[in-house]
Design a protein around this ligand. Sequence first.
Ligand SMILES: NC(=O)C1=CN([C@@H]2O[C@H](COP(=O)(O)OP(=O)(O)OC[C@H]3O[C@@H](n4cnc5c(N)ncnc54)[C@H](O)[C@@H]3O)[C@@H](O)[C@H]2O)C=CC1
Ligand SMILES: NCC(=O)COP(=O)(O)O
Length: 345
Amino acid sequence: MSPLVITAGEPAGIGPDLILQLAAEGHEVARPWLAVGDPALFRQRAARLGLAVEVVSLADGETPVMAPGRLSVWPVALRSACQPGRLATANADYVLESLDLAIAACREGRASAMVTAPLHKGVIIEAGHAGFTGHTEYLRDACGVDDVVMMLATDDALHARSPSWQGSPGLRVALATTHLPLREVADAITPASLGRVLRILDHDLRHDFGIARPRIAVCGLNPHAGEDGHLGREELEVIAPTLDALRGEGLILDGPLPADTLFTPRHLADVDAVLAMYHDQGLAVLKYAGFGRGANLTLGLPIVRTSVDHGTALDLAASGRADAGSLAVALNLAAEMAAARAASA
Ligand SMILES: NC(=O)C1=CN([C@@H]2O[C@H](COP(=O)(O)OP(=O)(O)OC[C@H]3O[C@@H](n4cnc5c(N)ncnc54)[C@H](O)[C@@H]3O)[C@@H](O)[C@H]2O)C=CC1
Ligand SMILES: NCC(=O)COP(=O)(O)O
């Protein structure tokens, strides 16, 4: 069974700490897992954290042996010594090489899914990768697909479940635009882009979450969804006509709805996912609902990729105060999705 791989992300952040915490406790999922990163970095960070973890470098093709206190690593060398909490542009290429290795392993079937610990977008851009905006877009380009969708969800909304499910519905929030300056958001929402995002969201809710007829609530862009055109015309001219056309294809869509009232329990009770128009419109609510207990996933890829719901937390690196809850959720989700895709292949 090919393993799950976790990229350690920004070396000065909490990614290495979180991976070591899971290794120390022997976090178990249905498949073996290993990390991608610098073995020396893991050893140094384990010493700083006082965690008794044996770090073992694996050769390509070797299967990780899972045991509490043991971390298997596909080695990638840091370019420069790492001080926890201090960013170094020299290590941007280490972060990207780790990603490339994990992506290639997933695409070639040597890994069954990838989980990403957080990276720091700014330091990668400052290192000279001017177009870099995040894992999501990097994965899209590396996998050669035109469009992907970022979706974050609270833990209780991450699993396929039976129609008789009585537990918390949780919250799934997908984004129509991802890492864009707010000034550029309105222009990026076109009938074509919105159509592509909604089709991917509908498809992946059916296939990865087992929802036969996904109900998607779509936020407006402007206050009060444009107030009949008095507070912006994107709802009338772009969003509503696009939703009408997609309803004609069979998608079940509600909206465009005022985002402030959409995110209330009564409205959310009847939907499987919300499509927010921009990053903070959706993710502020999601993080209020369950920061540290959710996961991020990239829809529309040929491989499984999940991630944490938080960033690099440079302030907490090597402190022992970083919470590994979201990484555990992301790893569990990756294992479930990999198993489901293998079963349906
Ligand atoms: N998947 C990824 O690679 C992501 C990367 N980022 C990047 O992270 C960097 C920092 O972003 P910020 O907005 O400062 O968000 P952040 O999530 O790193 O930190 C926000 C606050 O939450 C705390 N926090 C974060 N994770 C925590 C954890 N596991 N346990 C306990 N406390 C935790 C931090 O200490 C800080 O007070 C940026 O460069 C951003 O682009 C942000 C989100 C996701
Ligand atoms: N706020 C979520 C986020 O920034 C995640 O970005 P990505 O690196 O997963 O694309």
